[in-house]
Design a protein around this ligand. Structure first.
Ligand code: DGT
Ligand code: CA
Ligand code: CA
Ligand code: ZN
Length: 576
């Protein structure tokens, strides 16, 4: 059982408990536990196998969460969760996503009217049955009807890359409004999370109404959810919600800090402020005097807000209440796109890429890269026209010729993305792999195998002396497919012991390794390779998404092998 699955179960328990009106401390204990476990690099399964008491050392995991983890790992299910699901069908939880409809009201709808889904709720509202319930009225009914549409799309989180398109378009759109003096995007978008729930826009403006009119005028706005004095929210046809907040100039930094979050980061910050006799909110930082009077001391810029607490401006990617406060005196110099010198995973028309070898090379040079590896698929991936030894050797000859023409300022490495076979072992013979500069090993088939099998296959690849790096190590596709079952702890240990590299695949749907694994790899001194896995020229630009994820993992250029000069990379190649 993966940490993600355990965390999902705990979150579900929290939701169901909340629905049944349980004590909020209990609910929160499950939520905190879920969050801690989702972030944990070490697998809960292996901790339980080793010594379950060690779970209690994890920040946010208390006695009852610890017990639940043990039961989940050992039996694969949770009796408490099954009991709760007997009482409350899972579908009713959708109702909790309706704004301002708390668990108590949702429970009444379920208990009194038997409503289990949003669809049934909509019908009941339309038939005027909801207003007849105690504590509900015509007005509540109307609010619920409106909220159903919101709840339906609120369950969707979109890739950061998709959100970025909307964010940049909205920024341009608002910047063209003369009343706008300052504009920033905040929220999870600014923190570079792999998926985004909604966008949060902050502006300082001379004239609020002008900005709000302009906001409503954005292409694709389907619905105005709310328009207040300083806050406005719209929903786009795609379902994406965008929140706008118009703030005063002297509060801009405080608002940017507050609405960037994360919520957990802010909770810690507020606690620190309180200890120092300060109060911090979205309007500013205030000194609280003995008589209770509050004096504004900062708020116009984010730097000053943090400075009042003797803190640096944390890179937004680190603001997740993980280790950033520990690092405050010596923040890591996080990776930037400009640090990247090479891209070590891409495909050409030889397998399933859309551009030819020379076109990929030209495009990489144009982007300022100094070296790349061509890594087409191996023969097992027949659907992608994978290369058998003769075709691969012919491609490598072509690359030798190309390198001779290119001269010293650019180098193409002879690579391959070699499949790890279902039964274990590599898809190409050692005498072929030994001639490569760079060998990626990937699992594409047999992803539903047991944890033991998949782990064994990957460990086998790491043991192979010709393998340089494991590509997209967990196989997840965000929003589409879970990671396969794999003992990541064992993979990390083996990579460290054998000096192998691990990939952070930059494709927005993969971002694999995820941030927590990157942080764990860094701790172990395993070099990470951020690669695009581009199947076309355009997708070479995916590097930026990988860089964001690497930053969230706390990686610096030194931690990322494809920032190194070519000489150093060649020296340290694990297969050489
Ligand atoms: P998302 O939209 O689900 O991807 O995630 P965020 O982090 O963008 O969350 P969102 O849009 O609900 O709120 C934006 C930020 O505003 C959030 O990161 C922190 C701040 N914030 C919102 N609500 C609260 C709150 O109740 N307490 C605190 N301390 N901060 C909040
Ligand atoms: Ca947001
Ligand atoms: Ca929001
Ligand atoms: Zn690939």
């Amino acid at each position: 059982m993966t940490n993600g699955q355990i965390a999902d179960s705990l979150d579900l328990v929290a939701d169901l408990l909340e629905f049944t009106g349980a004590n909020m401390f209990r609910v929160r204990a499950y939520r905190n536990g879920a969050r801690a476990i989702r972030d944990l690099p070490e697998s809960v399964t292996s901790i339980v196998a080793d010594d379950p008491q060690r779970l209690l050392d994890i920040d946010g995991v208390g006695k009852s969460v610890c017990e639940k983890c043990v039961v989940l790992v050992e039996t694969g299910e949770l009796p408490q969760l099954n009991d709760l699901l007997q009482q409350v069908p899972r579908t009713v939880l959708e109702m909790l996503r309706i704004p301002n409809l708390g668990p108590r009201k949702a429970a009444a709808l379920y208990n009194e009217l038997g409503i289990q889904t949003l669809e049934q709720l909509q019908a009941a509202c339309e038939e005027g049955r909801v207003r007849q319930l105690k504590g509900f009225g015509e007005k509540t009914e109307a609010v619920i009807l409106k909220g159903i549409a919101i709840a339906e799309s609120a369950s969707r989180r979109i890739y950061w890359s998709t959100a970025n398109d909307y964010a940049q378009a909205m920024k341009q759109h608002l910047e063209a409004c003369v009343a706008v003096r300052k504009i920033e995007l905040a929220g999870s978008y600014r923190r570079g999370r792999e998926t985004i729930g909604d966008l949060d826009v902050l502006v300082v403006a001379d004239e609020v109404n002008e900005v709000m009119d302009r906001f409503a005028d954005f292409a694709g706005v389907a619905d105005i959810i709310v328009r207040g004095e300083t806050k406005m929210s719209v929903r786009l046809e795609s379902g994406l919600q965008i929140d706008l907040r118009v703030v005063a100039d002297e509060s801009f930094g405080a608002a940017l800090q507050y609405f960037t979050g994360s919520k957990d980061h802010n909770v810690i910050l507020r606690g620190m402020a309180k200890q120092q006799g300060l109060k911090i909110n979205e309007y500013g930082v205030y000194r609280v005097h003995d008589d209770g009077a509050e004096e504004y001391i900062a708020g116009a810029c984010e730097k000053d807000v943090y400075a009042t607490l003797q803190l640096p401006v944390f890179p937004p990617e680190l603001r997740e209440a993980r280790r950033e406060f520990e690092w405050a005196d010596d923040l890591p110099d996080l990776l930037t796109l400009a640090d990247v010198r090479g891209d070590l995973h891409m495909h050409t028309t030889a397998s399933d890429g859309k551009a030819a070898l020379e076109e990929m090379v030209a495009a990489a040079r144009q982007r300022g890269l100094r070296y790349i590896a061509i890594t087409d698929h191996s023969q097992r991936v027949s659907m992608a026209n994978g290369l058998d030894p003769p075709r691969l050797l012919a491609q490598w000859e072509q690359i030798d010729e190309l390198n001779a023409r290119l001269g010293d300022d650019f180098r193409v490495l002879k690579g391959i993305e070699c499949d790890i076979l279902e039964a274990g072992g590599m898809d190409l013979p050692d005498d072929v792999l030994s001639q490569a500069d760079w060998v990626l090993a990937s699992v594409h088939y047999g992803q539903s195998q047991s944890r033991e099998q998949i782990t064994e296959r990957i460990l086998g690849a790491i043991e192979n002396p010709h393998v340089s790096c494991i590509a997209h190590p967990t196989g997840r596709l965000i929003n589409r497919r879970d990671a396969y079952e794999v003992n990541m702890e064992a993979v990390l240990q083996a990579a460290r012991d054998r000096g192998k590299f691990l990939e952070l695949n930059a494709s927005p749907a993969r971002l694999d390794l995820h941030d927590g694994h990157c942080a764990a790899a860094k701790e172990l001194g395993i070099p990470i390779v951020v690669s695009t896995d581009a199947h076309s020229i355009k997708r070479l630009d995916d590097m930026q998404y990988g860089v964001l994820q690497a930053r969230r993992g706390g990686l610096t250029p030194a931690d990322v092998a494809n920032t190194w000069p070519l000489d150093r990379l060649l020296e340290q190649l694990p297969n050489r």
